[in-house]
Design a protein around this ligand. Structure first.
Ligand SMILES: *Cc1c(COP(=O)(O)O)cnc(C)c1O
Length: 367
């Protein structure tokens, strides 16, 4: 499988489907699960991930942009596709052409859409996308258009893993106030959705309504709750492993400087491996002299700078390793595991950013 590759990710279709089913079980039968496959499915490969998830039963998928939605259609995906991140003025005709469903963030957009269904996003307090208009204005806009049809009402939370902050409750209140006014006026959107991964994993049931939008949980991760958070209610596991091949192994003498800037000096005579992965593959430069890889069944340090295409590790413990052998950046070898969360912690960033940072040069292999 790995033969002939320098740097690649292995994506488990089976684990992906298992994570989807775990989410389905948690939210129950009355709640539609709309997998989020934006940003190339967090670099798991949007087309193949979408294929697996639609075969597993997903009727809806969510992306950020019209481009991403078009790419799914070109790949032959025929599920409903919600474009969450805004539609640019010149992209409007493409919505109909590619049968994409926009999230609308500004009431003035509605009459410009033409005869399609849309989901209206309420900015309930996150302060990013979504409309800040009140229920009266929303009712006028929804009723003032005969072509476009309100199919969903949605919002998004800023701090849903943080149980020390009242922000999520405040956002929910603001959202439900608007929703109730719409319902009183006889407007009943078919789908109501607010929850990404964290409100699902951390059991904020009120936020589930009849649809949820998990992203990172499908790929096996979530954000640990802050404060008095409930125990995570979901068994999901990482879907993606990240590997690279050793390009060169050699012995260096104690006192030798290694790599750019001589950031590391050999503390003893040692055996090093130069691995075919660098920051151009998305390995964070901040792992220089700090991160680790799994080689020869053990976590072993990165020595010196992560450079563009190459990174050096200590393999003194594993004399059997040679050029062409794989090492693991994300994944498990025997008893040892390193996942995207560890890399994020080591670099002061978030798991999402580590996964999305895996560059287009890295081959995606499905297993
Ligand atoms: C990215 C995104 C999601 C999914 O978030 P996760 O934390 O990955 O589950 C859901 N909704 C919106 C609006 C998003 O932008």
């Amino acid at each position: 499988m790995s033969e002939g590759l320098r740097c690649w990710v292995e994506i488990s279709r089976e684990q992906l489907a298992a994570n989807y089913h775990a989410i389905k079980r948690t939210v129950g039968a009355g709640v539609e699960v709309m997998p989020v496959v934006k940003a190339d499915a967090y670099r798991h490969g949007a087309a193949e991930v979408s294929r697996v998830l639609t075969e597993a039963g997903a009727h809806w998928l969510a992306v950020s942009s019209v481009d991403e939605g078009m790419a799914l259609r070109v790949a032959g995906i025929d599920a409903r596709v919600l474009v969450m991140g805004g539609v640019l003025p010149w992209e409007r005709p493409l919505l109909r052409e590619y049968e994409l469903t926009p999230a609308v963030h500004d009431l003035t957009e509605i009459p410009r859409l033409g005869p399609i269904a849309y989901h209206l996003k309420i900015d309930s307090g996150m302060g990013r996308m979504g409309t800040r208009s009140g229920a009266g204005q929303i009712l006028d806009a929804v009723r003032g258009t005969h072509e476009a049809r309100l199919e969903g009402l949605m919002s998004h939370f800023a701090s849903s893993a943080d149980f020390t902050s009242p922000q999520t409750e405040l956002q929910m209140e603001a959202f439900h106030r608007i929703r109730e006014e719409l319902v009183h006026a006889g407007v009943h959107p078919r789908y109501v959705h607010l929850a990404s991964t964290n409100p699902v994993v951390l059991a904020r049931r009120e936020a589930w309504q009849n649809m949820v939008r998990p992203g990172i949980a499908l790929y096996g991760y979530w954000t640990p709750g802050k404060g008095e958070a409930p125990k995570p209610s979901l068994d999901v596991r990482p879907v993606l492993g990240w590997k690279a091949s050793i390009v060169l192994v050699k012995e260096v003498a104690r006192g030798s400087p290694l790599g750019y800037g001589a950031m590391y000096w050999a503390q003893r005579d040692m055996r090093i491996a130069v691995v075919g992965i660098g920051y151009a593959d998305g390995l964070p430069h901040r792992l220089s002299n700090k991160g680790r890889m799994v080689a020869g069944g053990r976590l072993t340090p990165i020595l010196g700078a992560v450079s563009m295409d190459l990174t050096t590790i200590d393999v003194t413990h594993a004399p059997e390793l040679k050029a062409g052998d794989p090492v693991t950046v994300i994944g498990t070898e025997g008893e040892v595991t390193q996942d995207a969360r560890h890399l994020a912690r080591a670099t002061g960033t978030i798991t999402y950013s580590v996964l999305c940072g895996i560059s287009a040069r890295v081959k995606q292999v499905y297993i």
